[in-house]
Ligand binder design. Structure first.
Ligand code: MN
Length: 272
């Protein structure tokens, strides 16, 4: 970085492609990240891919979902489904039938705050969230230069295509915990040649621990495996000091695919 500051990070007229995942209600770190990378949906110069898990854990979950729904109106923003978004969607569907949301989501996956805030919304706003959640794709191909990536929350998804549709299911696409050096495309025998799968879902501290064989003290960083690029830097734990190192190392990351440069923001407590 030659001159310091964010402006020098802009790459002039070059197109930049950013991926971010697992925001989990960390609205302020997310808006800070957006300004740090200088992403402007209206400029048409950059593309932003969000790999799911917008809500739960963080205090500002429903606001985060609203903010991202607005962003997603741009053709340059691409939002995918995460397991938490699927749990939210199922919670809404159960509620429509008069059944309580699943306790696995509500309690174990910290969806209770999301649900409490969702319940306070107008019917119009609730319907808009429901429609948006339904619209989320489970994977997307991204071409950058000569490289072809697939982005998904957790594991590849090829649509409902015969044998592939039975191996690579929607459930695996949002829940599967990929192995550190796994080739997630080994059961895919189609014509495309993927260079890597970009995922969120599993905080990168886990991959780093597996590789190093010990817990490291540094903040979380984007993890580059053989065929996997993991970008969830554990933002979900930002507001949970009781989680110790998981909280201390928690960051929100944006990866720019053109040069594999990573950008990070952290949680700062704000007194109002
Ligand atoms: Mn997840």
């Amino acid at each position: 970085m030659l001159y310091g500051g964010y402006l020098s990070e802009k790459r002039g007229a070059l197109l930049s492609t950013y991926v971010v995942s697992d925001i989990h209600g960390a609205l302020r770190p997310f808006t800070e990240l957006i300004s740090k990378i200088g992403f402007d949906a209206s400029s048409g110069k950059d593309e932003l891919y969000l790999l799911g898990d917008y809500a739960d854990w963080g205090t500002h979950s429903v606001e985060t979902v609203g903010f991202i729904m607005d962003l997603d109106k741009s053709p340059h923003v691409h939002c995918l489904m995460g397991n938490h978004d699927l749990m939210f969607l199922h919670g809404i569907e159960k509620d429509k039938k008069g059944i309580c949301p699943d306790s696995n989501w509500y309690v174990a996956n910290k969806g209770s705050k999301t649900w409490d805030d969702y319940e306070k919304l107008s019917k119009e706003h609730k319907d808009a969230i429901y429609e948006w959640l339904l619209s989320l794709a489970f994977s997307i191909d991204i071409t950058v230069g000569k490289k072809l990536y697939m982005a998904a929350h957790a594991y590849p998804y090829f649509g409902n295509r015969g044998r592939l549709g039975r191996i690579y299911t929607k459930s695996e696409a949002v829940w599967h915990r990929a192995g550190i050096d796994e080739d997630p495309f080994r059961n895919y025998h189609g014509r495309k040649r993927y260079d890597a799968l970009i995922i969120g879902h599993t905080p990168t501290s886990y991959f780093r621990y597996l590789r190093a064989g010990r817990v490291t003290e540094e903040p979380n960083t984007v993890f580059f495996g053989k065929k996997i690029i993991a970008i969830d830097c554990g933002a979900k734990a930002m507001e949970y000091p009781e989680f110790g190192r998981e909280c201390e190392g928690a960051r929100l990351a944006a990866l720019r695919l053109e040069d594999e440069k990573c950008f990070y923001t952290e949680y700062k407590e704000v007194t109002e």
